[in-house]
Ligand binder design. Structure first.
Ligand code: ZN
Length: 370
C-alpha cells in the first residue's frame, strides 16, 4: 500500500489544504520539507526538527549512496532508523546531484556514468539502480530517475532530454513496482510500501511541459513533481511553468515543486495549489548569516547589530528568538562558533515552517466546504 492523499479544501485560486498519509507520518499540506542532504539537516538535531514541527525531511540519494553507502544503510534497517528520524522522509533520485556535482559524466539511454566528487571513483547510475538505492534507503517517498534539463536549453536539447526522462520514468516505475516489497521496514509496518513520484521536465517550453505531464499521468505515479526549475531561469519563468503545469496534474495526487524557493515564493506557490516544496535556502543562507524575518532579510553580520539586544525577529516565537539577541548571534558568526549555524538554521526553518502553517490555516478558512 502506497500513500493515501486527501484534499480537505480547495480555494478558488486552486490552493489546497490536504493530508498525505505515509507509512511513517501523516503530513499536513501544503508542506515545506527541510533538506537533510547527508542524513542530517545541517547543524540541526532531529529532536529540534521535531519540536519545530517538521513532518517530512529530504535525503539525497547521490550523497548517501557514496557515503556511507545504501547497502550499509539497508543493513542498519533503513535511513529512518540509521539517523533516528521517526517521521516521514523523501529521497531524490540522485539525478540532480549526478548532473550538478559529479565530474566526467557520460549520459546514454541506458544511464549515466560519472565520477564521484569525493574520490574520483567511477559509478554507473541507471533508473533501475536509482530505485534499488532508494528502496534500500527506505524513505516514504522516492523519485523517478530523471535528467534535470539545464537552463538555458535550446528546443532540440530540451526535447532530447525530455525523451530520456520519459523513458527513464517508465523504467523507474516498472522496477520500483517489482521490488517495492524489499524496503527494509516492509514487514515491520504491516506490508506498507514506499510511493514513487514522476518528475515533469521539458525545459522552459510550455508544450514540452504539457507533453511531459500527459505521458507521466498515463503511467500513473503516486504523485507528481515539477522539476527542472530554480536552475538559473528568471523567477517569472519559474512561475509561468508552474502555472502551466499545475492545472494539468491529477487533482487527487500530491504535487511537489522541487528546489524552491524564497519565503514569498513558497507562499505564492502553495496558494496556487502546490502541496510540497523543499529548498536548501533556509539552512544554507543561515550558515552565511542571512536570516529571513517578518521584517525582511537580515544579515546578522552587520555592524549595526553589534549591541542590538532585540530578538532576531520580534514576531517569531521560535526557541532562538525567545532566548537570544541579534548581538549574540552576530558575535557567534564573527567568532566562527559552530552554534552560529545551529541557531541561525533553527530560526530560518521555524520561519519557513511557520509560513506553511499560516498558509494551511488560511486555505482552510478560504471558502470550500470543510
Ligand atoms: Zn525565530
Amino acid at each position: 500500500m502506497a500513500l493515501e492523499f486527501n484534499v480537505l479544501n480547495t480555494t478558488e485560486a486552486g490552493g489546497r489544504r490536504g493530508r498525505i498519509h505515509l507509512p511513517h507520518r501523516t503530513v499536513e499540506t501544503p508542506v515545506f520539507m527541510p533538506v537533510g542532504t547527508l542524513g542530517t539537516v545541517k547543524a540541526v538535531a532531529q529532536d529540534v526538527l521535531e519540536n519545530l514541527g517538521a513532518e517530512i525531511i529530504l535525503g539525497n540519494t547521490y550523497h548517501l549512496y557514496l557515503r556511507p553507502g545504501h547497502e550499509a544503510i539497508r543493513r542498519m534497517g533503513g535511513l529512518h532508523r540509521f539517523i533516528s528520524w521517526p517521521r516521514a522522509m523523501l529521497t531524490d533520485s540522485g539525478g540532480f546531484q549526478v548532473f550538478s556535482l559529479s565530474a566526467l559524466r557520460k549520459v546514454t539511454d541506458e544511464g549515466v556514468r560519472f565520477r564521484s566528487h569525493l574520490d574520483g571513483s567511477s559509478h554507473f547510475f541507471t533508473p533501475e539502480h536509482s530505485m534499488d538505492v532508494q528502496i534500500a534507503l527506505g524513505a516514504d517517498i522516492c523519485m523517478a530517475f530523471d535528467e534535470c534539463t539545464e537552463y538555458p536549453a535550446d528546443r532540440t536539447r530540451a526535447e532530447e532530454s525530455l525523451r530520456l526522462t520519459l523513458a527513464w520514468a517508465r523504467r523507474s516505475l516498472d522496477h520500483f513496482r517489482a521490488h517495492s516489497h524489499e524496503v527494509p521496514w516492509h514487514e515491520e509496518l504491516g506490508g506498507k510500501t514506499q510511493s514513487l513520484f514522476g518528475i515533469v521536465q521539458g525545459g522552459m517550453y510550455r508544450d514540452l511541459r504539457r507533453e511531459s505531464v500527459e505521458r507521466l499521468v498515463e503511467m500513473d505515479f503516486d504523485g507528481y513533481a515539477i522539476g527542472g526549475l530554480s536552475v538559473g531561469e528568471p523567477r517569472d519563468l519559474t512561475l509561468e511553468m508552474i502555472a502551466e503545469v499545475l492545472p494539468l496534474l491529477p487533482a487527487d495526487k500530491p504535487r511537489y515543486v522541487m528546489g524552491v524557493g524564497y519565503p514569498d515564493e513558497i507562499e505564492k506557490y502553495a496558494r496556487m495549489g502546490v502541496d510540497m516544496m523543499d529548498c536548501v535556502l533556509p539552512t544554507r543562507a543561515a550558515r552565511h548569516g542571512l536570516l529571513f524575518t517578518s521584517e525582511g532579510r537580515l544579515n546578522i553580520k552587520g555592524k549595526k547589530y553589534a549591541e542590538d539586544q532585540g530578538p532576531p525577529d520580534p514576531a517569531c516565537s521560535c526557541m532562538v528568538c525567545q532566548r537570544y539577541s541579534r548581538a549574540y548571534l552576530r558575535h557567534l558568526m564573527h567568532s566562527g562558533e559552530a552554534l552560529s549555524a545551529t541557531l541561525n538554521s533553527i530560526h530560518n526553518l521555524a520561519y519557513y515552517l511557520g509560513i506553511m502553517e499560516h498558509v494551511r490555516k488560511s486555505l482552510h478558512s478560504d471558502g470550500g466546504d470543510s
